[in-house]
Write a protein that binds this ligand. Structure first.
Ligand SMILES: CC(C)(COP(=O)(O)OP(=O)(O)OC[C@H]1O[C@@H](n2cnc3c(N)ncnc32)[C@H](O)[C@@H]1OP(=O)(O)O)[C@@H](O)C(=O)NCCC(=O)NCCS
Length: 156
């Protein structure tokens, strides 16, 4: 089940992201940022145990642009379609908010291609996104790939 996150989920989200960040798969997030940005997050919940086994966030960047970020699935739950469901839920949220373009910075090109994202030139993203990049240990040598998905069926 995918649902919006609540404040009670922050510690588990932090643990999930930190675990994947150790392997260099995504950017670590400070727990203070997670509290202040918790409304961006959705979580995947194991129907049997009620445990949170995945998370992902949709961050609004500009009038027509948002970012999918911090998508992480617990190691032993990967490869079961949970990551796809999380990203689809975030895309549904972007649709409801009438956001026309959603991008992601990632190493998982095939995963996001399958979800309809296409490669793009990172330098075409607005400067506003670099505010977060400055906090990244990899800055300025970022080797993540930028991918974008444009809405084709927005109502207005
Ligand atoms: C990327 C990540 C979120 C994917 O989560 P996941 O739950 O494993 O994703 P899915 O199961 O939906 O898809 C993973 C693969 O399994 C396949 N798959 C999906 N459902 C499946 C199923 N029921 N049975 C077998 N394979 C399945 C998909 O085709 C996909 O293949 P691909 O990666 O070659 O496209 C997860 O690997 C992760 O946490 N990685 C570390 C963090 C990261 O890289 N995040 C992305 C940057 S934002």
């Amino acid at each position: 089940m995918i649902r919006k996150a609540s404040l009670k989920d922050v510690k588990k989200i932090h643990a999930l992201i930190s675990e994947q960040a150790k392997g260099g798969h995504l950017l670590a997030r400070a727990i203070t940022d997670l509290y202040s940005q918790i409304r961006d997050f959705s979580v995947a919940v194991d129907g049997n145990t009620g445990e949170i086994v995945g998370c992902g966030a949709l961050r609004v960047i500009w009038e027509d642009l948002a970012e999918v970020r911090s998508v992480a699935v617990q190691g032993d739950f990967q490869g079961r379609g949970i990551g796809c469901k999380l990203v689809e839920a975030l895309m549904e949220e972007s649709f409801e908010m009438r956001i026309r373009k959603v991008f992601v910075l990632t190493y998982r090109v095939s995963f996001f291609s399958r979800l309809g994202f296409a490669l793009m030139d990172k330098n075409l993203l607005p400067h506003k996104i670099w505010a977060d990049c400055v906090k990244c240990p990899k800055f300025p040598e970022c080797d993540e790939v930028a991918m974008i998905k444009e809405a084709t069926n927005q109502k207005d």
